[in-house]
Write a protein that binds this ligand. Structure first.
Ligand code: RP5
Length: 175
């Protein structure tokens, strides 16, 4: 794979099972990415180094996942003008997940973090690809194919459900 354009970081190795969804999407689509652990609280200098050096290394979008007092995405966003996508994680130190969501979502004006749903790493991967796809035709083409496949799967499920005999209230488009 060529030079990574998407940087995926997370506060702890314990976040990996959730963040794996973003990694898998980018792997499946063959979009070059890098993965590391960077903790806002336990390795603050590493976080500064990562955020400040990302653009120079060719990174165009950063995905940052964290749980509980989830400061990583916001702090990284404060240190770079690259787009940052935050993934709130329901972690062991999280009360119920809202703490992670609000820590990432409620950023002050001037420092945006595009926050996805709780444990919503897959959408973070897709959104990062879409940001690149705004100017990269090859990535846009892959995303078109992904969307088409998604649509076909739903249509296939609809056909299956309808053929099981749940026809009482059949949603007959145009019928
Ligand atoms: C956060 O604390 C991490 O992002 C992780 O979600 C959470 C728990 O970390 P560990 O105690 O499992 O390392 O900073």
């Amino acid at each position: 794979m060529s030079k990574p354009q998407i940087g995926i970081i997370m506060g702890s190795k314990s976040d990996l099972p959730v963040m794996q969804e973003a990694i898998k999407f980018l792997e499946d689509q063959e979009i070059p990415h890098e993965v590391s652990i960077v903790s806002a609280h336990r390795t603050p200098h590493r976080m500064v180094q990562y955020a400040e050096g990302a653009r120079k290394r060719g990174i165009k979008v950063i995905i940052a996942g964290a749980g509980g007092a989830a400061h990583l995405p916001g702090m990284v966003a404060s240190l770079t003008t690259l787009p940052v996508i935050g993934v709130p994680i329901k972690s062991s130190n999280s009360i119920d997940g809202w703490d992670s969501v609000l820590s990432i979502l409620q950023m002050p004006g001037g420092v945006p973090v595009a926050t996805v749903a709780l444990d919503g790493a897959k959408n973070a991967g897709i959104l990062a690809a879409q940001i690149l796809g705004a100017t990269d035709k090859a990535i846009a083409k892959k995303l078109d194919a992904y969307k088409k496949e998604m649509k076909e799967k739903v249509e296939e499920s609809a056909e299956q459900v309808e053929s099981y005999g749940y026809r009482g209230n059949k949603i007959g488009f145009g019928t």
